[in-house]
Design a protein around this ligand. Structure first.
Ligand code: GSH
Length: 202
């Protein structure tokens, strides 16, 4: 299996998941800003949406969404418990977290990254930024509350949802959003950071 990713972006989380899985894989770093990188054109062909991650299974199937890729990796390495078994409440809980990270937290940070390009009008940019900052803070406060007394999102066991949550929440640094008010989030990030998989790829 092959992963195209760019360092620090959400696709890094798939890289962490692969490392946790112990599966054999190839990870190819993409430099979006380098037109001469032949993989930039290749990835855009493989994924017309123009986003990473792009993942190719050993059977040649192309996957281009975080949730699908994380699930695929976890299910290929069942012995590593990177997702709870199908049909359990815990599996549904893990998907609830993947949904929150993918369509709430990831997207509110995404809005912050995009705020400067939504308009040439500074007042509009400021308004978008204000809205996105508030949304992101609301999500971080929710996450902080839910992490109370837990090592990982599902309790004691690390799952692919933690890999994704770790990478996305760390974007707070990139947008100067202090994490000091979210003590549980801070200790959680420190805990995930210590994992050998994260040390190797992050
Ligand atoms: N819906 C996609 C979104 C992936 C996504 O937003 N990727 C970002 C990096 S975090 C990207 O490739 N952005 C490049 C761009 O939009 O030009 C998923 O969940 O996998």
């Amino acid at each position: 299996m092959k992963l195209y990713y760019s360092a620090g972006s959400c696709s890094t989380s798939c890289h962490i998941a692969l490392e946790e899985s112990g599966l054999k894989y190839e990870a190819i770093g993409i430099d979006w800003d380098n037109d001469k990188d032949p993989n930039v054109g290749l990835v855009k062909k493989l994924n017309p949406l123009g986003t990473l991650p792009v993942f190719i299974t050993d059977e040649g199937k192309v996957l281009n969404q975080n949730v699908g890729i994380h699930t695929y990796i976890a299910d290929k390495a069942r012995d590593k418990n990177l997702l709870p078994p199908v049909g359990t409440d815990e599996r549904a809980e893990a998907y609830t977290w993947l949904g929150f990270i993918n369509s709430d937290l990831h997207k509110s940070f995404g809005m912050l990254f995009a705020a400067d390009s939504v308009s040439s009008d500074q007042a509009v940019k400021d308004q978008v930024k204000k809205y996105a900052v508030q949304k992101t803070k609301d999500y971080l406060a929710f996450l902080d509350d839910r992490l109370k007394g837990k090592d990982y999102l599902l309790g004691k066991t690390f799952t692919v949802a933690d890999a994704y949550c770790f990478v996305v929440t760390n974007w707070a640094k990139w947008v100067d959003l202090p994490l000091d008010p979210y003590k549980n989030v801070q200790s959680y990030l420190g805990r995930v950071f210590e994992r050998p998989s994260v040390q190797k790829v992050y």
